[in-house]
Design a protein around this ligand. Structure first.
Ligand code: C5P
Length: 407
């Protein structure tokens, strides 16, 4: 139900921290991935070892840990997730958040975050009712932070009142509801091409490229997360088919085109595949043997262009067609030329260089090119680029809907 959603769980100090261990288990059982930050206070109640074992991820505790700062870093930690939850959230943690303090890993990560944040306060009823806490809650809520009110009941301190952390199953429900409500692309259909294509030479050899499919698969997941009904047409990759996304696996460019066309009509097409432009003219039905000649010549014919075909004006053209451009030189000129030549609406362009290998790596630095604008997007994970692109797509369709409604 959480479909590979990445959750960053901050565990701050409180006797209720034991419930977060159960929450980690439930998130994983429901298909989510969870990374945890344990505050100093949190570590008084649960151990880093139990959190790491249950999450099967490293646990982050220290802002000044050189290893985490080089490999992960608080900025990356705050960006590389779909949702941040703080459970339990102590009164102290809320006060720090309300005042923008950043003296430890948890508060710094929260201040650096551009992701939705959900807090589960848990504390003694008097602390909860204290005007300082209530003011902090109002401040946080006004900033768009989702506050899940504590439950009422017996407290560990012996008092009775409001301040209990909800049970893990209830916290899980809040997470699922959050993801269900955030679906601006519901009702729209999307086709995504991903990975390389392989063109066979003989039964054991092919012409292909190094594309991993990471970017295309991430886009398919991001579209699906925002509610689109996605068909992913993927060339050969080692990635597993994304949960709940119709995935068609193909080998050749001709098959990729065939299944894209069969998946029409669609509202959105994103061609992220690194398609082989050429296919051997002849297929040898048995393995080509080494002969006396020390040379082998193959001739190639040009493959159909899937992006261009999908972009061609017709009654079945998707309303928005997005292409990719990987270039080794004159990136922006080539990307702009591609918009016109292929007839697509947007191009996501990246320079393939020693600094930005683009292929088969997790990070990329891209430019977002339309007929009117060129934007440089900062280097980030392919998951983040996918989310940013899909947010753009959602905005595009929201504007369109607004225009139609206003007409
Ligand atoms: O022409 P070039 O290969 O540089 O264009 C890249 C863009 O075109 C990518 O979006 C790629 O998926 C798409 N493409 C395609 N079919 C081809 C070649 C490229 O869809 N035969």
């Amino acid at each position: 139900m959480l479909n590979g959603k990445k959750i960053l769980l901050v565990i701050s100090g409180g006797i209720a921290a034991y419930k977060s261990l159960e929450l980690i288990r439930l998130i994983r059982k429901n298909g989510g991935d969870v990374k945890c930050i344990l505050t100093q206070g949190g570590a008084q109640f649960v151990t880093p070892l139990s959190v790491a074992s249950l999450s099967e991820n490293p646990v982050y505790t220290d802002l000044w840990s050189l290893k985490d700062e080089t490999e992960m870093g608080h900025i990356r930690l705050s960006r590389d997730c779909d949702l941040i939850i703080i459970a339990p959230t102590s009164a102290n943690m809320m006060a720090k958040m309300a005042h923008g303090m950043a003296g430890d890993l948890a508060s710094t990560t929260l201040l650096a975050s551009n992701k939705p944040i959900m807090v589960f306060p848990a504390m003694n009823p008097q602390m909860w009712e204290n005007a300082a806490t209530q003011d902090n809650i109002k401040t946080l809520a006004a900033r768009g932070i989702k506050i899940i009110s504590p439950a009422t009941g017996d407290m560990a301190c012996g008092e009775v009142g409001k301040g209990r952390l909800p049970e893990a199953t209830e916290m899980l429900e809040s997470l699922i509801t959050h993801f269900q409500n955030n679906k601006p692309l519901a009702g729209l259909r999307a086709i995504v091409t991903s990975g390389p294509t392989f063109e066979p030479i003989d039964p054991v050899r092919f012409v292909g490229n190094r594309s991993s499919g990471k970017q295309g698969h991430a886009i398919a997941r991001a579209l699906s997360d925002m509610g689109a009904s996605v068909t992913l047409v993927s060339g050969p990759t080692s990635l597993k088919d994304p949960d709940d996304i119709k995935t068609i696996r193909v080998e050749t460019t001709a098959q990729m085109l065939e299944f894209c066309q069969k998946s029409l009509p669609a509202d959105i097409a994103v061609c992220a595949a690194a398609v082989a432009d050429w296919a051997p003219e002849q297929y040898a039905s048995s393995k080509i043997k080494k002969g006396n000649d020390d040379k082998l010549s193959l001739s190639f014919t040009q493959n159909p262009d899937i992006l261009k075909t999908l972009s061609t004006p017709s009654s079945s053209r998707p309303a928005l067609v997005v292409g990719f451009a990987a270039e080794t030189e004159h990136l922006l000129d080539n990307a702009k030329a591609k918009l016109t030549k292929k007839g697509c609406d947007w191009v996501v362009a990246n320079l393939v260089s020693a600094d930005n290998p683009a292929f088969n790596v997790d990070e990329n630095q891209v430019y977002f090119v339309t007929s009117k604008t060129v934007e440089e997007w900062p280097k980030s994970s392919k998951d983040d680029i996918a989310r940013q692109l899909v947010e753009r797509i959602a905005k595009h369709f929201a504007n369109k809907a607004f225009k139609i409604a206003a007409e």
